[in-house]
Design a protein around this ligand. Structure first.
Ligand SMILES: CC(C)(COP(=O)(O)OP(=O)(O)OC[C@H]1O[C@@H](n2cnc3c(N)ncnc32)[C@H](O)[C@@H]1OP(=O)(O)O)[C@@H](O)C(=O)NCCC(=O)NCCS
Length: 219
């Protein structure tokens, strides 16, 4: 896949590209992870070269990056799985700790391992372009749906007042905003459950909202 675009944050217009990433991009991708997931997010969870090597060799269609002004500024990675029960999984198990050696070429679900855009290039629509490009991959491969555990970094500050489920409902109904969940909703993904102890992610208190997009051509 390769798309050439112009993106804007309302004031600047930048040339951009959405394409599959390759070995030549690894250093840049690791740099984007460090900028995108600052502390308290654990740096051990940033991509390493071994994981990226598995992505591009096992499932290159699920390895996308975004370029702006000629440099890599964002990425999105997925694998194919079939899940028995949606709520009964954590990030490490479903993504094989990000190595995707469990990628199943016949899996009915395109599962999101990660999406990020470097802070300087946020709100240009690049995250949405990555997501919509992955939807095209869902349709192209004939998968039933795209699914992923959405971080909910705004939850920690209100965790004494509301349960994770109430928080997700309030964000989904527009009563609260969350830096990740609001983005996922704007991309057309809907909450289908909550996973506990999903990821070592203090800001989300370890919870994730399972957010789904169904292939509209199969339903
Ligand atoms: C989440 C993330 C990928 C969004 O990337 P982005 O390129 O800034 O998103 P976009 O510009 O495509 O935004 C798409 C829509 O979501 C909205 N949005 C994006 N970030 C938002 C935020 N922090 N709060 C509220 N809305 C937000 C945009 O306003 C836009 O709305 P519109 O369609 O009405 O114009 C980026 O903020 C990021 O990398 N965060 C840190 C990494 C992370 O936590 N990833 C999620 C792992 S589950």
């Amino acid at each position: 896949m390769r798309k050439q675009l112009r993106v804007t944050d309302g004031s600047r217009v930048l040339p951009a590209v959405i394409r599959n990433y390759t070995r030549e991009d690894f250093d840049a991708l690791i740099g984007v992870q460090a900028l995108s997931f600052p502390p308290p997010f654990p740096s051990e969870l940033w991509w390493n070269r071994e994981q990226l090597t598995e992505h591009v060799s096992r499932f290159p269609e699920g390895a996308l990056c975004a370029e702006a002004e000629g440099k890599v500024v964002g990425s999105m990675t997925a694998l194919r799985v079939t899940l028995e029960h949606d709520e009964d999984h954590d990030w490490a198990t479903v993504t094989d700790n990000g190595y995707i050696r469990n990628h199943d070429p016949a899996g009915d679900t395109l599962y999101v391992v990660d999406i990020c855009v470097a802070p300087e290039y946020r709100k240009f629509g690049l995250g949405k372009w990555l997501m919509f490009s992955m939807y095209e991959t869902v349709v192209h491969l004939g998968c039933k749906r795209l699914l992923g555990g959405g971080r909910m970094p705004g939850y920690r500050s209100v965790s004494a007042e509301v349960t994770p489920r109430q928080y997700v409902e309030q964000v989904a109904s527009g009563r609260r905003k969350d830096p990740v969940l609001t983005f996922l909703l704007k991309c057309g993904r809907l909450p289908v459950g909550i996973a506990e102890r999903y990821l070592e992610d203090e800001e989300s208190c370890g919870y994730a909202a399972l957010m789904e997009w169904r292939n509209p051509f199969l339903d």
